[in-house]
Design a protein around this ligand. Structure first.
Ligand SMILES: *Cc1c(COP(=O)(O)O)cnc(C)c1O
Length: 361
C-alpha cells in the first residue's frame, strides 16, 4: 500500500476546541462556539471530527445542507448551522425536519421564509454585510429584515451575525470599522450575536460575542502570517506523512525532477517520497521547504510532481528507502510550508486528498 497518509489527532482537536471556547463570550467569558467542519472539516474528515467533538461542542457549522445531512446520517445530533444558508426555498422543509439552523444573508431568503409555512420554528442567523461585501443584508435594510423575520411564527431565535474580511491582519483598521458598523446596524435589536472566525477570536477580543465560529484554529494552524501569542497554544491536528521509496546518488551538476528546478551543487543523495500535489502537497513549494526525515529536520528539493517529491538526504546518511518523511504536522509547522508555497493555511489543509486519513483517539 502506498504509504502516504494523514494522521488526525482527535485529542489535539478537542484541545483546540476548548481553547477556542474559552475565548468566547463577553469579558466574563461564557460564550459558545460552533465548530466549523465545512469542506470535510478542512480536509480532516468531518464525520470523525464532529463525532470526536460532539460531547462538548455547542454545535457545528457547515457550508450547505449536503454537508449537514452527511453529519446527521452519521448520527450527529448537535445543532448544525448552514453558513451559506439555503439555496432554494425547497430546502426549508429539510432544514426543519433535520433540526438545522440556517443563515439568512439575502432579501430573497427573507421573502422565501415569509412565503413558506413550516411545521416547526427554524432558528436563523441573520447576516449583516458589515463591510466584507460578499454576502449579507445591507446595513440600511437589516432592521427591516430582522423585524419581518421576528413577525413570523415559524422563525425561532434570530442570532445577529457578521463576518470579518481582514481579522488576520492584526494592525488593520477595517476590523474595527466592521465592528462599529455591526453595532450601529443592530443597535437595540434583542438576541445573541456572532462575529468571530478564528483570527477574530484569537486577535480581536473586542469582537467576542455570545457565539463564535472557529474553523482553522480547531485544526491547530494559526490564521496569522506572523507568530501570534494567542495562537501559540494550538496543537497541530493533521500530520501528513509518507516514506522514501527510492534513493539516488548524484554527482554535482545534475538536475532533479521536472524543469530541472533543482541542480545539485555537490555530490548529493536525493530521496524520492511518495507524496505529490495530487495528494494536496503544494506544487509550488520552493527548494528548502522544511520536512522531517526520520524525525530530523530536512528539506525539499526540486519541483513537486503529481505523485512524488524529492528531498535532500545528504545530511541524513542513515536514511534510505522506507524512511519516514513528515511533510507537516507535529514536527514541521504547516505555517512554515504555507510561507514557502504561494498558498494559505486554509487551502493547504483543504487540498489534502487521496491519502488515507487515520484518526487517532
Ligand atoms: C468558514 C467560516 C468560518 C470559519 O473561519 P475560520 O477562519 O476558519 O475560523 C466562520 N464563519 C463563516 C461565515 C465562515 O464561512
Amino acid at each position: 500500500m502506498r504509504p502516504a497518509r494523514a494522521l488526525i489527532d482527535l485529542d489535539a482537536l478537542r484541545h483546540n476546541y476548548r481553547l477556542a471556547r474559552a475565548l468566547c463570550g463577553g469579558h466574563g467569558g461564557g460564550g459558545r462556539a460552533l465548530a466549523v467542519v465545512k469542506a470535510d472539516a478542512y480536509g480532516h474528515g468531518a464525520v470523525r471530527c464532529a463525532a470526536a467533538l460532539e460531547a462538548e461542542a455547542d454545535g457545528f457549522a457547515v457550508a450547505c445542507i449536503e454537508e449537514a445531512l452527511a453529519l446527521r446520517e452519521a448520527g450527529i445530533r448537535a445543532p448544525i448551522l448552514l453558513l451559506e444558508g439555503f439555496f432554494e426555498a425547497g430546502e426549508l422543509a429539510l432544514i426543519v425536519e433535520h433540526g438545522l439552523w440556517t443563515v439568512v444573508h439575502a432579501p430573497w431568503q427573507v421573502e422565501a421564509l415569509e412565503r413558506t409555512p413550516l411545521p416547526r420554528p427554524v432558528d436563523v442567523w441573520l447576516k449583516l454585510d458589515s463591510g466584507m461585501h460578499r454576502v449579507g443584508i445591507d446595513a440600511a435594510d437589516y432592521r427591516d429584515a430582522w423585524q419581518r423575520l421576528r413577525a413570523l411564527p415559524h422563525v425561532g431565535a434570530i442570532v445577529k451575525m457578521s463576518h470579518f474580511a481582514r481579522a488576520d491582519e492584526p494592525d488593520c483598521a477595517r476590523t474595527g470599522e466592521q465592528l462599529a458598523n455591526f453595532a450601529a446596524a443592530t443597535a437595540g435589536l434583542p438576541g445573541e450575536s456572532s462575529l468571530c472566525n478564528s483570527p477574530a477570536l484569537l486577535g480581536w477580543p473586542q469582537a467576542r460575542a455570545e457565539w463564535a465560529r472557529p474553523g482553522l484554529m480547531l485544526y491547530g494552524v494559526s490564521p496569522f502570517a506572523q507568530a501570534h501569542p494567542a495562537a501559540a497554544a494550538l496543537r497541530p491536528v493533521m500530520t501528513l506523512e509518507s516514506k522514501v521509496i527510492a534513493v539516488r546518488e548524484l554527482p554535482a551538476g545534475e538536475p532533479v525532477g521536472y524543469g530541472a528546478r533543482f541542480v545539485t551543487e555537490r555530490p548529493t543523495r536525493v530521496g524520492v517520497v511518495a507524496m505529490g500535489y495530487a495528494d494536496g502537497y503544494p506544487q509550488y513549494a520552493v527548494n528548502g521547504t522544511p520536512v522531517a526525515i526520520d524525525g530530523r529536520p530536512g528539506r525539499l528539493v526540486g519541483r513537486v510532481s503529481m505523485d512524488m517529491l524529492t528531498v535532500d538526504l545528504s545530511e541524513h546518511p542513515q536514511a534510505g528507502v522506507g524512511s519516514a518523511v513528515e511533510l507537516w504536522g507535529r514536527q514541521v509547522p504547516a505555517a512554515e510550508v504555507v510561507a514557502r508555497s504561494q498558498t494559505s493555511a486554509y487551502r493547504l489543509l483543504c487540498a489534502v486528498k487521496r491519502v488515507s486519513l487515520r484518526h487517532v483517539d
